[in-house]
Write a protein that binds this ligand. Structure first.
Ligand code: BTN
Length: 266
């Protein structure tokens, strides 16, 4: 698997000597975090054949059956304060979207903040996590990406089969997992060069890709409280600007709320 990924990377890919492949892992994010804490350099990538404890945002799990999906986490070491990385999840979503589009005739939308969707179903997701130094600056960032690639409907557990989709379910010639891994790593390495310098341009690309904008959504707070609002815009940090029925507007961050469509998942 690792040799196949290496053979598919472009010759100028900068981190070919930093790929860690595990047939089975709890969570690639957890292993990447462990490696980062032990000093693994920028560009170290963990890719797994399957995850037994794949994680999503706000304590959700990410179903990660063997050989069916891309499960990857990349370590970056941007030298900045954590507040300068609030757009990181949006940008990792863009990279995953471009990776898919570079290999198949589909372009996933991005559901704010961290889901890749096709039509009304979830194709994958992003889980970014930061490690901080004692002075509060960023030690490392983990960009975790999961994409459903070769799943048939029967590969999703009950409950997910109506809301999840894979590339094999929508295209006759889906990419292989190594192809998707190489395309993703290529996109993420390019992103790493402009993450801090081209924030507004990246967020403009995110706005164009974000299917949440212009919709009526349900904002679900961490306490389960639900408020309906119109999704208006993405601000300069990747947060969502919404308008409530009383006309008041608020910027909500992904740490505060998750978004649901009023008539389904998107
Ligand atoms: C979500 O659905 O909220 C995000 C899902 C992110 C899944 C990926 S798979 C690779 C990496 N390792 C994890 O445990 N999670 C991310």
């Amino acid at each position: 698997m690792k040799d196949t990924i290496l053979s598919l990377l472009p010759p100028d890919y900068p981190w070919a000597d930093r790929i860690v492949y595990c047939p089975t892992v709890g969570s690639t994010n957890d292993l990447a975090k462990q490696l980062a804490r032990s000093g693994a350099p920028q560009g170290t990538a963990v890719i797994a054949g399957q995850q037994t404890g794949g994680r999503g945002r706000i304590g959700r799990s990410f179903h990660s059956p063997s050989g069916k999906g891309l499960y990857a986490s990349l370590i970056l070491r941007p030298q900045c304060a954590p507040g300068e990385l609030l757009h990181l999840t949006c940008c990792a979503g863009l990279a995953a979207r471009e990776a898919v589009h570079s290999l198949c005739p589909v372009v996933p939308d991005l559901k704010w903040t961290n889901d890749l969707v096709l039509g009304t179903k979830k194709l994958g997701g992003i889980l970014t996590e930061l490690g901080l130094r004692s002075d509060g600056t960023v030690d490392f960032a983990i960009l975790g990406v999961g994409v459903n690639c070769l799943h048939g409907r029967e590969d999703f557990p009950p409950g997910l089969e109506d809301t999840a989709v894979s590339l094999a379910m929508v295209t006759e010639a889906p990419p292989s997992v190594p192809q998707l891994a190489a395309a993703l790593l290529t996109q993420l390495s390019q992103l790493s060069t402009c993450l801090l310098t081209q924030k507004e341009a990246l967020l403009n690309r995110y706005r164009a890709a974000c299917c949440t904008l212009g919709r009526e959504v349900a904002l679900v707070g961490s306490d389960g409280h639900v408020r309906h609002a119109a999704a208006l815009d993405i601000d300069g940090n990747g947060a969502l600007l919404v308008r409530f029925p009383d006309g008041s507007e608020q910027v909500v961050s992904s740490g505060e709320v998750s978004v649901r469509g009023l008539f389904g998942y998107v």
